[in-house]
Design a binder for this molecule. Structure first.
Ligand code: AMP
Ligand code: GLY
Length: 401
């Protein structure tokens, strides 16, 4: 099978890494990819949001399957552009991707499907949460616990009709990633990401500073799928826009039961980097089956143990990124048994250099979360980038599932 992976981040590197070992794979391509991906796949200089360019590339490669990583091209309709010319795609249509692209649409679907979620409030009153309606790369949510926090938030972001206000919920969070074919779903290991920039969950929200899996969800995973995934699949199918791809439910496990905070229309970043090493078996088969609506009967094993991912970022991330600083030590980190997934890297005259906010992710597995954590941090110690930063408390103090 000839496969094209769209995107250029750590999530896509993890996907490419996992697909590269598939027994049915014959060719692996990426657009645009990154230097880490280039070691495993042929990279093509076509942007992930260039629908026409991707269509022509997929055609010229004779791709049997296109896997779209990021949300922006999905929300913009890249999967539709490809399907329109008969190319098989793992990734939702623009109509289904609205579940991530518009928080208002997601709330409407949840209400119609009977999915438990945070209540919408008529007006901002602390404690509450303000959410921008459109895509915001994980940075469009402001949690306001006090009047002072709310006032500050309102000064920065006037509440208009594109802003949602909802009740503030409390509890541990978990990301549920389900491979979906429009009707059926296969759920991957529950994961947690660390969205805040600084240790102790301080500082601004980021795209994600680290992750681990599995998270103990304290209830039947199958029940979570029945509560939070299947009703949405049924609702979207009923609206004539079946969801094909990864439906990602961001849940809070409150004292009153699970509540969905958001849906994403794609694999999580950096959850994917922790979840895929725990997949036992061939990932390509379910992705290809989902793309053709034939997931029923397909299953995916799960490895024992745990995986932890630590993201190394530019010093000022998320305020700004870094470009052109040499990156050293990746081979040493890999030799220690860890996986290093490139996110913001580039090659300049043969030297690997920084190129973004999140630079690389270091993933390690182990029999327990603390063993995986120790290996991930030890490996990330070996990576040398002037001025870089990481959180020190990823998966710290977490009990095994
Ligand atoms: P979202 O983009 O909707 O997942 O929100 C980003 C983060 O904001 C979540 O991971 C939570 O940590 C937090 N958050 C979102 N909604 C709520 C809520 N209703 N109550 C408490 N925290 C929330
Ligand atoms: N890690 C959260 C996300 O991918 O949106």
């Amino acid at each position: 099978m000839r496969v094209l992976v769209v995107g250029s981040g750590g999530r896509e590197h993890a996907l490419v890494w996992r697909l590269a070992s598939s027994p049915t794979l014959t060719e692996l391509h990426a657009a645009p990819g990154n230097p880490g991906i280039a070691a495993l796949a042929t990279c093509h200089p076509v942007g992930s949001e260039d629908g026409d360019g991707l269509r022509e590339l997929a055609r010229s490669l004779g791709a049997d399957l296109v896997v779209v990583g990021p949300e922006a091209p999905l929300v913009a309709g890249v999967a539709d552009t490809l399907r329109h010319v008969g190319i098989s795609v793992f990734g939702p249509s623009a109509a289904a991707a609205r579940i991530e692209g518009s928080k208002r649409f997601a709330k409407d679907v949840m209400a119609a499907a009977g999915v438990p979620t945070a209540r919408l409030l008529d007006e901002p009153r602390a404690p509450c949460v303000l959410k921008a309606d459109g895509l915001a790369a994980g940075k469009g949510v402001i949690v306001c616990r006090t009047d002072a926090e709310l006032e500050q938030a309102l000064r920065g972001a006037p509440v208009d009709r594109t802003m949602l206000v909802e009740e503030l919920l409390d509890g541990p969070e978990v990301s549920i990633l389900a491979l979906c074919d429009g009707r059926e779903a296969i759920v991957l290991a529950p994961a947690r990401d660390y969205k805040r920039a600084l240790d102790g969950d301080e500082g601004p929200n980021t795209g994600g500073m680290g992750s681990f899996a599995p998270v103990g969800v304290d209830r039947d995973e199958a029940e979570l799928v029945e509560t939070c995934i299947r009703p949405v699949l049924d609702e979207l199918a009923g609206r004539g826009s079946p969801f094909v791809g990864t439906l990602f439910a961001g849940l809070m496990l409150t004292a009153d039961g699970p509540r969905v905070l958001e849906y994403n229309c794609r694999f999580g970043d950096p959850e994917t980097q922790s979840v895929l090493p725990l997949v036992d078996g061939d990932l390509l088969e379910p992705l290809a089956a989902a793309a053709t609506g034939s997931l029923a009967g397909t299953s995916l094993g799960r490895r024992e143990g745990a995986a932890v991912t630590v993201i190394v970022t530019a010093g000022d991330y998320p305020a700004s990124g870094d470009r052109g600083t040499p990156i050293e030590g990746i081979e040493e980190a890999e030799a220690s048994g860890a996986l290093v997934f490139h996110a913001g890297t580039a090659l300049r005259d043969g030297q690997l250099v920084t190129n973004g906010g999140r630079l690389v992710g270091v993933t390690a597995t182990g029999a327990t979360i603390s063993a995986a954590r120790e290996r991930a941090y030890a490996a990330s110690d070996l990576i040398r980038i002037d001025g870089c930063r990481r959180r020190g408390d990823i998966a710290l103090g977490v009990e095994d599932a």
